[in-house]
Design a protein. Structure first.
Length: 266
């Protein structure tokens, strides 16, 4: 138990870095880690994948809010790209979280891996992510993107516990935003996904001690103890990373997480 807590604490530190630099809020790190810890410890009554997704959502509420506040103070958030997109993401997130409670854990894990694979391919094959022509004035979000796109982001992200950054960051990149701003905006846009997901998963009736619904308090506490100090320490580094290096590192991290998730299923 102590070893598991230390592992989660260490990965919580990594989660803090990825929250600030990539707008992940934690989902792409916490889901595989919590899933791996629960699987390795074979905790009685634990539905590993559902608990991993639910705990990820709860951790994301805190991480994304902390990072969003820090980036707001640094002037990196553009209101026009946050609202009303966040409202439609919230609607989709409520539906996605509810739908995920009916999926088997294996199906949820495979969907998570498929989601990563499609995102990686899209980022590598379509122009506009790895590099943005400069100077390029950012384009506004269209009504269709804001409404249907927002609900789609919320639906998929909440179901998989990933916050939506993997859809919002490429979307904002292709509107001409530099990587530092696109990843900063991913944090406030992840908050409605995380809140909706946490509420739905917490309300799911499960019996194991130390959980509220599917949310595991011990795992969440360990991850947050690592992530929050790291967010505070890392928040000033975002603008110093060259744009192309920043975008390439984003794709590289997705590849690493995909490899881990596929390895867990073998």
């Amino acid at each position: 138990m102590q070893t598991s807590f230390l592992i989660l604490l260490c990965f919580g530190c990594l989660t803090g870095v990825t929250t600030v630099l990539f707008g992940f809020g934690g989902g792409f790190i916490t889901v595989p880690v919590v899933y791996g810890v629960l699987t390795a410890t074979a905790r009685p009554g634990a539905d590993a994948m559902h608990v991993a997704v639910a705990t990820s959502a709860a951790v994301m509420v805190v991480n994304a809010a902390a990072a969003a506040f820090a980036q707001w103070r640094q002037g990196r958030l553009r209101r026009a790209y946050v609202w009303p997109l966040a409202a439609y993401i919230t609607l989709g997130a409520a539906a996605g979280s509810f739908a995920a409670t009916f999926l088997a854990g294996t199906a949820l894990r495979l969907l998570f891996a498929a989601y990563l694979l499609v995102t990686i391919a899209d980022s590598l094959l379509r122009k506009g992510f790895l590099s943005v022509a400069q100077p390029t004035p950012p384009e506004p979000l269209g009504r269709r993107t804001t409404t249907l796109g927002g609900m789609g982001i919320g639906l998929v992200a909440a179901a998989l516990g990933v916050g939506g950054s993997v859809m919002t960051v490429p979307l904002l990149r292709r509107r001409g935003l530099p990587m530092a701003e696109a990843t900063a905006l991913a944090n406030p846009l992840s908050i409605p996904v995380a809140v909706a997901g946490t509420l739905v998963y917490a309300a799911t009736p499960t019996a194991p001690t130390g959980q509220l619904g599917y949310v595991d308090f011990t795992a969440a506490a360990a991850l947050l103890l690592g992530s929050l100090p790291t967010i505070a320490a890392t928040r000033r580094t975002t603008g110093r990373v060259p744009d192309r290096v920043h975008s390439a590192a984003y794709v590289g991290l997705l590849l690493a997480v995909l490899t881990v998730m596929l390895g867990m299923g073998s």
